[in-house]
Ligand binder design. Structure first.
Ligand code: AMP
Ligand code: MN
Ligand code: MN
Ligand code: MN
Length: 275
């Protein structure tokens, strides 16, 4: 059987819509053989993922997506092949979760100052998940303040708008240290999303190497063929492992369908060869 990898997706333990069980059922339908569950700043989905993977004959890669701050910019770093019981990683995840909880309280307060009471609806939606801005976006939709998530992220939740609370995340060195301590590989998520100039992207890649981030996502469903070629070249040039993943959150997002990233160009060393 040919392998089909998706190394970036979300469940309802963070801002995904599907339960872990439903996510793995969908992965089986899509004939994915190796799936990394990578919820934001949490490992809470790992026990149910182990069961769901076994039930569906899929190989589970233990993962997560950690938030980092680099030169004032929010970056996402995916950790793959981690030991979810590693104490150093668990402590780091707890730290990021705490930042998220504290930010959520401040966001509720900021909305209240703007006459928008989201407390109850956000609590209801969270249901033990780590709090993310998409939960607030959904609460805004449910209460009639926005028609969809795009609009919610335009009118609220971003710099200069109600509900925006800036957050200083750990450095990329700290994030890489947690992932590496847990035996995992740290990978820069969706490098085109940050809209960096080429110079800045290369500056980041050079700093990633000393920080201990060994991989980069080369293929996602929203990375076009020229971008894939460009990222593959950088991966080869800087000796980075290449990853691919859909960043699936919900069946309602046709631009990020589970299992739909293009295969890695052959010159790239795939991250799974090192897992
Ligand atoms: P957070 O990590 O809580 O700050 O939220 C970031 C998450 O919000 C990302 O992982 C995306 O899933 C989601 N997101 C960011 N911008 C948008 C947008 N414009 N529309 C929909 N979802 C978004
Ligand atoms: Mn997300
Ligand atoms: Mn991300
Ligand atoms: Mn993601």
């Amino acid at each position: 059987m040919t392998e089909k990898y998706d190394l970036h997706c979300h469940s309802n333990h963070s801002d995904g819509e599907l339960s872990v069980a439903a996510l793995f059922e969908l992965a089986a339908e899509r004939e994915i053989t190796d799936l990394a569950l990578t919820d934001h700043d949490t490992l809470a989905g790992m026990p149910s993922a182990a069961k769901a993977a076994a039930d569906n004959g899929i190989k589970l890669i233990h993962g997560l997506e950690l938030s980092a701050t680099w030169r004032g910019q929010l970056l996402h770093i995916v950790g793959l092949g981690v030991d979810p019981e590693n104490p150093q990683l668990k402590a780091g995840v707890a730290e990021n979760k705490q930042r998220r909880s504290d930010r959520a309280s401040l966001m509720v307060a900021d909305f209240a100052e703007h006459g928008i009471d989201l407390a109850e609806e956000v609590d209801r939606l969270l249901n033990d998940a780590v709090p993310t801005r998409p939960h607030f976006a959904q609460a805004l939709i449910n209460l009639g303040y926005a028609k969809d998530k795009k609009q919610a992220f335009k009118r609220y939740l971003v710099r200069g708008k109600p509900g925006f609370v800036p957050l200083q995340w750990p450095s990329i060195e700290d994030i890489a240290a947690w992932v590496n301590a847990a035996g995992g590989i740290a990978v820069l998520a969706h490098p085109m999303r940050y809209k960096f100039t080429r110079t800045k992207l290369i500056m980041l890649i050079e700093e990633m190497q000393t920080a201990g981030i060994q991989g980069i996502e080369v293929s996602t469903p929203v990375t076009d063929p020229q971008q894939i070629t460009m990222l593959a070249k950088l991966a080869v040039q800087y000796d980075l492992l290449g990853s691919m993943g859909s960043d699936f959150h919900s069946p309602d997002q046709p631009w990020a369908r589970l299992g739909f990233a293009e295969p890695l160009p052959p010159q790239v060393t795939p991250v799974w060869s090192a897992l």
